[in-house]
Design a protein around this ligand. Sequence first.
Ligand code: G3H
Ligand code: 13P
Ligand code: ZN
Length: 308
Amino acid sequence: MLTNSSAFLKKADKGNYAIGGFNVNNMELLQAIVEAGVEKKSPLIIQTSQGAIKYAGIEMLGAMVHSIAKDVKIPIAFHLDHGTDVDLVKEAINSGLYTSVMIDASSKPFDENVRITRSIVKAAHKKGIWVEAELGSIPGKEDDVDVLDKDAFFTDPEEAGAFVELTECDALAVSIGTKHGVFKYSGGRAKLDVKRLIEIKKYTQVPLVLHGASEIPTELKKVVEQYGADLSDAFGVSARVLKKSIANGVNKVNTDSDLRIAFTGGVDRFMTKNPNNMDPRKYLAAGREATKKAVMRRIDQLGSTNKA
Ligand code: G3H
Ligand code: 13P
Ligand code: ZN
């Protein structure tokens, strides 16, 4: 069932676990995530990026999510991920499709981020929609964190306290060293600034969100590498570091890249074994099955198994 209450994030905060924010772009990814959530009896946050909306359309994505959610008992939020376009965020709020939105004005100066976020919070709350905001900047694959000024880039704990108070956002995405994309880190796993996370949690009372948190697991890398990909220098956030972050206030963990690798590996494997197959349902189902397994593993890592 769809839920527009942020209560499940607060429950996760009290229970020291996290709920997965899983990105979808098509039907098979959505089915994989929901089937995994149902089997694991886990709450879910299904999210669409602006890119997903460009690819599949807000109505199409919304209809699929509403259709699948009404048939299952686990609580499912339908969330807009990284809303940098204020008009699109407003469209999502007014569409009647989304249960929550992320306003991402993190590229703006503090005061402007506050102003934009506050106005979205007001509009969203009127419609019973909760809001995730971002303070500090979570880099994409093109940004090299090692050469960036961490103090300028990472979330400042005191500022985070003021930001939450001024904006009244319901959840806060923080920058503590994670990066988006498959090729996040080269040469080894991420080192996150957990001390900073602990400080942020002291100043804020809302559930915190970790973006760019994919693990890029060796097992998934091995599958796509069998079929020609080179992910030898792609690393993510280890399960150990993730656990430490969850123990220190992270209650929503976004995962997209791991699902992309899993799906691609499933399709690669099927098509290599069945090169004459011309039925897209067959290889899409293989991608779906591989993604479902990856999501089930992720749910266990987040601690949200049996929390529905
Ligand atoms: O935060 C980024 C997500 O992985 C979405 O990526 O913009 O390619 O859909 P995308
Ligand atoms: P990954 O690229 O690490 O999966 O992060 C996804 C994300 O943060 C979506 O908002
Ligand atoms: Zn993100």
